[in-house]
Design a protein around this ligand. Sequence first.
Ligand code: ZN
Length: 353
Amino acid sequence: MGGVHQLPAGGPAVVAHAAGDLRIEDVPLGTPAPEEAVVEVAYGGICGSDLHYWLHGAAGESILKAPLVLGHEIVGTVLQGAADGTGPAAGTPVAVHPATPGPGAARYPADRPNLSPGCTYLGSAARFPHTDGAFSRYVNLPARMLRALPAGLSLRTAALIEPASVAWHAVARAGDVSGKTALVIGSGPIGALAVAVLKRAGARRIVAVDMHAKPLDIAAAVGADDVLAASDAAAIAAVEADVVIESSGNHHGLASAIQGAARGGTVVMVGLLPAGPQPVLISLAITRELELKGSFRFNDEIDDVITALADGTLLIDPVITHEYPLEDALEAFEMARNSAESGKVLLSFGATG
Ligand SMILES: [Zn+2]
């Protein structure tokens, strides 16, 4: 490959205009900056934040002030490499790290750029102007965001790399989990992926919790030893887990997480609770000397996930339950919000090889 391609002028994209107003419309591609590659998108996974922009016109404190191209869980193939010579060449299948660390010298640990103030993320209205996402047939992306996929890893499975990296980061926040009992509260895509990561990391027993049967089936398929209904408080408390991953994102789930933790245990909170004060069962956390740890996005874990998928040690395919063509994006979003029926829902953008 090489030489100058005739680039497309643009293509269809999934754009959130306001609450309840999701459109498929053509967006121009624009001229790539010297450090940008042009990527032809194959698949995009629909994330909770995408659903929030569609349903509420906001995700937490990030409020839509202008139309936003959604999507940060995408994979595709490089159509044209960056002109400055960095990053993968044309023809390379790639996953995408959606974060751009913020500038400045504010205080945060140097090895945790996910915590840098002003960090931007694809498909996010956290800043203004918003950072457009990549639910579009073609997108210009900084070459530093791109990760070449190893041979033999399908683009479809690779569409889970971004959320799996979130789950990997959450499990890593708990420290060494090998030989330990783990409890996962909320078995949606992030929870199920956390189960798979815990399994790979050698947890002795993994118990998954959800309100619905289908997510529990998925959790069992990726490595949960036992599953429990969210309503079964006594059984959850009896788990006495060394490590709990809270991925439900609501305070009832966080209460279950604290009740299910063993004395001296660790609770990692990766499910994002709503902004503002939340009721928390904090007295037990104090008297049991629990460690409550936040977990937000990820850093280089994306490379660990890709390696583990390539060598077959991380098994996550059952997390994908549905796939829709871009034209049916609205139907796909409806299915994705139905957590009783779906795991990860993918959009396919036509370049799926
Ligand atoms: Zn996501």
